[in-house]
Ligand binder design. Structure first.
Ligand code: 28F
Length: 638
């Protein structure tokens, strides 16, 4: 007993148990050990810097991806306290990096209001999941350092010099025995830190990638906060109110920051954040915002005789057509709900946002009559278009009700009617459609071939979408309506799989369909029903062995290494049409062997942004986008 007692006090045992548990169940702390979980490690550390910025001390954050995928994060805050705890004989800093849920994020009100990140699991998780982690602190005139391996202290905090600055610097290498990959994606981090800078007004964040000879670097600092955010989101759109409608207020200990800018487009883009976490599924803050928006605009329309007595109220979707808004709230004890835990559940927040927005909006409209008029004109037009769409829909339904088969002629349906076991392939072009129909398993696989370029969803309104012969088959095949009427329980297939070529046309069709689903069937994406089929890029044939299909250039090279390049014929697939039915089945449709990519909300949002550039009115950004991406496009035919 003596030896044991001497080595491990109660705290140390708790520390070891904690770290062991994190390493055994990493998914419980950072969501997954995929690339997404790897990137969360960086967010966790940067969130500590942002907390220090929110506390009013840190002004600059520098993130570097060093060669070997080592991450370095440095802030110029106060520096984690270095005093030694009387009882545990361990420094506050070492406690923050070894105790689960230690640090300013939890419990005592150490001036840390709210924490961001994946629900703020803290730095100790990052430490536990790293091969090694080194922390350098400048504080109280000294330069201190401590280091860990797999979460265990190997070098307790020691003073290694003097310093007249303050701040904290952390370097770590994620544990390759835990993560599927250690490869960081620069763009993913760049996008997240741009977002963090928008959400934290005036904070400077830089991200640098030093893994290649030509390093990449980006610096973000937005004095305009969310105003800069909506202007960035609308940079390729024509705006109605140049100056965003801006709200920055705190009520019942809940800070609320909102920016609204209307555009002449028809899409609705509202981004919501809680403690800097992107609540993709919305929640009570979004509900409160929508209610206030509808009430404020209808009240204004009635009191200024834009809506006559007999007119019915403008609907929420009419008022939100063309809106770009960002809502950011800070909640001390956030409740996250929904499938991906990205929906805010705190009911009190709805009322807070609703009252703040209603008051600010009413004032704004009164003080800016010309903008109010322009926005309301658009809302009234949207309401008329919706009315027309309803009539068009009724017409289409009545017409189709008269026809025998309400399903589109082009659809080769499957025999099973149990939606969750069925899947529909939306295939680009009739030739691929033909071999897909022959190659498929008709019990549970339906094929819907699409004609070439589809409708430009960006410009059209609901009434054109319904009537349009290109998208109507998709709407009817999925069978759950569109827009506000969309009812996920009515979908006819558990999987909607987009199968298009790997070329420009294929990319265009994918972007169009993703944008369409994102705008008119969003629950289909939220619910994880949308997939991308992954046809092979190459077929390697060599005498004496079975054909080998490769789905990437890397896989091709790997396989060539394995079988030797001698006497190998390499066929590069340009399009699905080049495969005969059984090849298409084997490589792309057979559930045993195919590769399907599940579309996430982030993919859809990205497609939506690309789509706005590609199909919006502004010519310059489209040209810029194509020039920037031309190098990726083998056969640009625009
Ligand atoms: C590169 C990563 O982690 N920065 C941090 C601070 C500052 C304080 C702090 C952090 C209070 C006692 C729990 C300093 N002075 N960058 C970072 N900067 N944590 S993390 O305090 C931690 C809590 O232990 C800090 C006064 N109060 C707080």
């Amino acid at each position: 007993m003596e030896k044991y007692e001497h080595k491990y006090g109660a705290e140390q045992i708790q520390v070891l148990d904690g770290l062991e548990h994190v390493r055994k169940r990493p998914g419980m702390y950072i969501g997954s050990v995929s690339a997404r979980g790897l990137h969360h490690l960086v967010y966790e550390i940067v969130d500590n810097c942002v907390d220090e910025a929110l506390a009013g001390y840190c002004k600059n954050i520098h993130v570097i991806i060093e060669p070997g995928n080592i991450i370095s994060v440095e802030d110029d805050g106060r520096g984690i306290p270095v005093d030694i705890h009387a009882k545990t004989k361990i420094s506050a800093a070492e406690t923050v990096y070894t105790q689960l849920n230690a640090g300013g994020k939890f419990g005592g009100d150490s001036g840390y209001k709210v924490s961001g990140g994946l629900h703020g699991v803290g730095a100790s998780v990052v430490n536990a999941l790293s091969n090694w982690c080194e922390v350098t602190i400048q504080r109280d005139g000294g330069l201190y350092q401590m280091s860990f391996e797999k979460g265990k202290t190997v070098k307790p905090l020691t003073k290694i010099g003097d310093s007249d600055k303050t701040g904290t610097k952390v370097r770590f290498l994620a544990d390759d025995t835990i993560f599927e990959t250690l490869e960081y994606e620069y763009e993913i981090l760049e996008n997240r830190f741009r977002e963090m800078a928008f959400l934290t007004k005036g904070l400077f964040i830089s991200i640098e990638d030093k893994r290649e000879e030509t390093p990449k670097k980006a610096e973000f600092c937005f004095e305009g906060g969310l105003n800069s955010f909506v202007e960035y989101l609308n940079k390729n759109k024509e705006v109605i109110n140049k100056t965003p409608i801006y709200i920055e207020k705190e009520q019942n200990d809940v800070p609320v920051e909102i920016a609204i800018q209307y555009t002449t487009s028809y899409s609705e883009n509202i981004y919501t954040f809680v403690n800097n976490i992107n609540t993709i599924e919305g929640g009570t803050h979004l509900e409160g915002f929508k209610r206030a928006l509808t009430k404020a605009f209808n009240d204004y329309a009635r009191s200024h005789n834009i809506l006559k007595e007999k007119d019915s109220n403008l609907q929420g979707e009419d008022i939100r057509e063309g809106i770009t808004a960002v809502i950011s709230v800070k909640v001390r004890e956030p409740q996250f709900e929904g499938q991906t835990k990205m929906k805010l559940g705190n009911s009190e927040v709805a009322g807070i946002v609703q009252s703040l927005v209603n008051e600010a909006l009413t004032t704004f409209l009164e003080e800016n009559p010309s903008v109010a008029k322009a926005i309301l004109e658009k809302c009234v037009n949207a309401s008329r278009a919706r009315e027309a769409a309803r009539k068009a829909r009724e017409l289409v339904r009545r017409k189709s009700a008269l026809e025998t088969s309400t399903l589109p002629g082009k659809l080769a349906d499957c025999s099973s009617k149990v939606a969750e076991e069925c899947e529909v392939y939306i295939v680009e072009g009739d030739s691929a459609g033909g071999s897909a129909k022959q190659g498929r398993d008709r019990k549970f696989q339906a094929i819907l071939p699409l004609w070439g370029k589809m409708l430009n969803v960006e410009k059209a309104r609901a009434d054109k979408i319904y009537g349009n012969d290109k998208l109507n088959p998709v709407i009817v095949a999925v069978g759950a309506g569109i827009g506000a009427e969309f009812d996920i329980t009515k979908i006819r297939y558990g999987k909607v799989i987009i199968m298009a070529d790997a070329d420009v046309d294929g990319a265009h069709i994918r972007t169009l369909l993703l944008t369409f689903f994102f705008r008119y069937m969003r629950p289909l994406i939220e619910n994880g029903n949308v997939y991308l089929a992954q046809p092979p890029l190459y077929k390697l044939s060599k005498k004496g062995i079975k054909d080998i299909y490769c789905y990437s250039d890397e896989e091709r090279d790997e396989k060539l290494e394995e079988i030797g390049r001698e006497g190998v014929n390499i066929q590069r697939y340009k399009g699905l049409g080049e495969m005969d039915p059984e090849q298409l089945w084997d490589t792309t449709m057979n559930p045993e062997t195919r590769i399907l990519i599940k579309v996430t909300m982030e993919d859809a949002i990205k497609a939506d942004a690309i789509f706005t550039v590609l199909m919006g009115d502004e010519i310059a950004p489209r040209r810029e986008f194509i020039e920037n991406n031309a190098k990726y496009v083998k056969n640009l035919d625009i």
